[in-house]
Ligand binder design. Structure first.
Ligand code: NAD
Ligand code: LMR
Length: 311
């Protein structure tokens, strides 16, 4: 039995996420689940509706639902927490514009966490720096138990490469996205593989890899906001589920995944390539990507300094 907390459960991503988790899609069909759904007081009525619909699904694995707005009570006994609850950006904003408002949420939630074993995935933006705020405030929780989400960026990069090479997404492996979940993120075309060959050998178009490919991945969140008038939700929920599967299940031999993990030397959550919960450290990049890594690190440092008061 696993207790799974979702914050912001009555929001857009929450509505795409809770039913898939309750159905068993995230942890498998042999793992009963108790959902802990955290919301702010004005949304508790909407959350009641989410709860009613969960009841009406009659999911065999769903053993209970706890709802409320008190983080201390809701985090109690939780095994997995997916922290979505935060303001989304609108048109013309960058994710870091949310830092002051959303950072506060992660101070409060960090202080409310008392388990040493909980796995916490931060989705609310700006996710890397919110994860840092949480890590500094959750004194009992090892920092390795906190990740910020990079899976959506990884999935976006996989699809762009698959379309360009005219192959299935399942043919594309070892796609890492480094650094910040922001326009400075660094999708790695150097180490990506397509049908067992280097992506750079299959695509042979460095102008596209360093240009349109990188831009499409970096700017995808903005493109979705422009098209939908709202930020990504279904694909974000999907990436949250995949991130947890990346964390609790073995990584396929010929693949790796991306997650924002704590770098203790830098005191930053940095998007990193991972295999079986270990950082993949022997990856070579070209000078172009090396330069981009510096830019994304610089931005993460600036974000951290912007929330010094929360650390
Ligand atoms: P939304 O506004 O539809 O839902 C957010 C929900 O969070 C709301 O119901 C709100 O009441 C709730 N909330 C706010 N403060 C809370 C708190 N302190 N405790 C609990 N709940 C709280 O927004 P959304 O579209 O679901 O997006 C949520 C967040 O996820 C945004 O910050 C968005 O930018 C981010 N996001 C991140 C990624 C990623 O890849 N990391 C992808 C998509 C969206
Ligand atoms: C995304 O990448 O879709 C999310 O981070 C939402 C956003 O603000 O772009």
């Amino acid at each position: 039995m696993k207790r799974v907390l979702i914050s912001g459960a009555a929001g857009q991503i929450g509505y795409s996420l809770v039913y898939r988790i309750a159905s068993g899609e995230m942890l498998g069909m042999n793992e009963p689940i108790i959902l802990h759904l955290l919301e702010i007081p004005p949304m508790l009525n909407a959350l009641k509706g989410v709860e009613m619909e969960l009841d009406d699904c009659a999911y065999p694995l769903l053993q209970g639902i706890v709802t409320g707005s008190d983080p201390k009570a809701l985090f109690d006994g939780v095994d997995i927490a997916i922290l979505v609850g935060a303001k989304p950006r609108g048109k013309g904003m960058e994710r870091k514009d949310l830092l002051q408002d959303n950072g506060k949420i992660f101070v409060e939630q960090g202080r409310a966490i008392h388990g040493k074993n909980m796995k916490v995935l931060v989705v609310g933006n700006p996710a890397n720096t919110n994860a840092l705020v949480l890590a500094h405030n959750a004194k009992d929780l090892p920092k390795e138990n906190i990740r910020s989400m990079m899976r959506l960026d990884q999935n976006r990069a996989i699809t762009q490469l698959a379309k360009k090479a005219n192959v299935s997404v399942t043919d594309v492996k070892r796609v890492a996205v480094y650094g910040n979940h922001s326009p400075t993120m660094v999708p790695d075309y150097c180490n990506a593989m397509i049908q067992g060959k280097r992506a750079t050998d299959v695509i042979q178009d460095m102008k596209w890899l360093q240009g349109d490919f990188m831009t499409a991945v970096k700017k995808r969140g903005t493109a979705i906001i422009e098209a939908r008038g709202l930020s990504s939700a279904a694909s974000a929920a999907n990436a949250a589920i995949r991130s947890m599967q990346d964390w609790v299940f073995p990584t396929p031999k010929d693949d790796f995944f991306s997650a924002g993990v704590y770098d203790s030397k830098k005191d930053l959550f940095f998007g990193t390539a991972m295999h079986d919960q270990k950082v993949v450290s022997n990856l070579k990049l070209d000078p172009f990507l090396e330069e981009k890594l510096k830019e994304t690190e610089k931005e993460l440092i600036e974000e951290r300094e912007g929330v010094r008061q929360y650390l």
